[in-house]
Design a binder for this molecule. Structure first.
Ligand code: ZN
Length: 311
């Protein structure tokens, strides 16, 4: 039997969050500083529940454990991906993630984190922090220890529809005014490099200077290798945005009936604009679902944009 697994997102209030997930998206949010929608997550800090059908009410982590056949029996010990929508009303702290090897040794066997961003919406003059300007480890370490942030931090202009891969070791930060869809390894290990000297509840948030210097890649990847324009790709076809060791991500813009084949262990799909149907079932902006293993051909119709991902 072909079944589509729809998920109910989990929302996170953040000091930098806003209310656009409740205004521009069809969600009931917990407050006016809702920074994150964990759309597809089996992480213990926000485990999505199945919305309907025979598994209604189950968590994604429980489904992963009890029904590995739905996910292609990968043998992995946890659901490997995490998909979020981020509403940054103000700047997020500047951070870097370790890779798997570093996290295993320094973070009790945790996974490292590779992530990527699709810019859902932003102002005309928006930018992101991606990379840095230090030419070697010594200069990096000096700039960080001496607080020479404006010299160190590399800000890059971004536009709606840009796609950015953030490899471990990449200094990065989401700036205020951006709505972003984030696909990432299911991990939470983040080292904070700099927090703009802000106070939260009267004190600065913890920085992780030594670990950051350890893991930051020097020199940073070139600007032109960091951003891909993905706003206007061919319609009615799966456009591959990224393929790395941890995930594959596509963008699909549906204008007429499109049939694709789900022949991956599983395929996550998120509707980011418009509405339509998936094998006859109505979907709209803000819906997130998983096509399980062996699903085969699926027909999408309507006028909508989707981001799809798998391992
Ligand atoms: Zn990050």
């Amino acid at each position: 039997m072909k079944q589509i697994i729809f998920l109910n997102p989990v929302f996170k209030q953040m000091v930098w969050g806003g209310d656009r997930l409740g205004r521009d998206w069809p969600y009931e949010i917990p407050g006016s500083n809702t920074g994150e929608c964990w759309a597809v997550s089996a992480h213990p800090n926000g485990d999505c529940r199945i919305r309907e059908g025979q598994y209604a009410g189950e968590t994604l982590s429980a489904l992963w454990e009890k029904h590995p056949e739905l996910f292609g029996k990968t043998g992995l010990d946890r659901f490997p991906l995490l998909v979020k929508i981020i509403d940054a009303k103000t700047d997020l702290s500047i951070q870097v993630h370790p890779d798997d090897a570093y996290a295993k040794v320094h973070e009790n066997g945790s996974l490292g984190k590779t992530e990527c961003w699709y810019v859902l919406d932003c102002e005309e003059d928006s930018s992101l922090v991606i990379g840095h300007n230090a030419k070697d480890k010594k200069e990096l370490s000096d700039m960080i220890r001496e607080g020479r942030w404006s010299e160190l931090i590399r800000e890059i202009p971004v536009h709606r529809g840009d796609f950015i891969q953030i490899d471990p070791g990449t200094v990065h930060a989401i700036k205020g005014g951006l709505m972003i869809m984030e696909m990432q390894q299911n991990s939470d290990i983040t080292y904070r490099v700099y927090d703009y000297d802000r106070m939260v509840d009267g004190k600065p948030r913890t920085l992780h200077i030594e670990k950051s210097i350890d893991v930051i890649t020097v020199p940073a990847k070139q600007v032109e290798d960091s951003i891909m324009e993905a706003a206007d790709l061919p319609v009615n076809t799966m456009n591959l945005l990224c393929e790395c060791a941890f995930y594959k991500v596509w963008k699909l813009e549906v204008k007429e009936a499109v049939t694709i084949t789900q022949d991956h262990p599983f395929l996550i799909m998120s509707v980011i604009e418009g509405e339509g149907t998936v094998d006859g079932q109505a979907v709209r902006k803000g819906d997130h679902f998983i096509l399980p293993y062996g699903y085969g051909e699926v027909m999408l119709q309507g006028n909508m944009k989707l981001i799809a991902s798998t391992i």
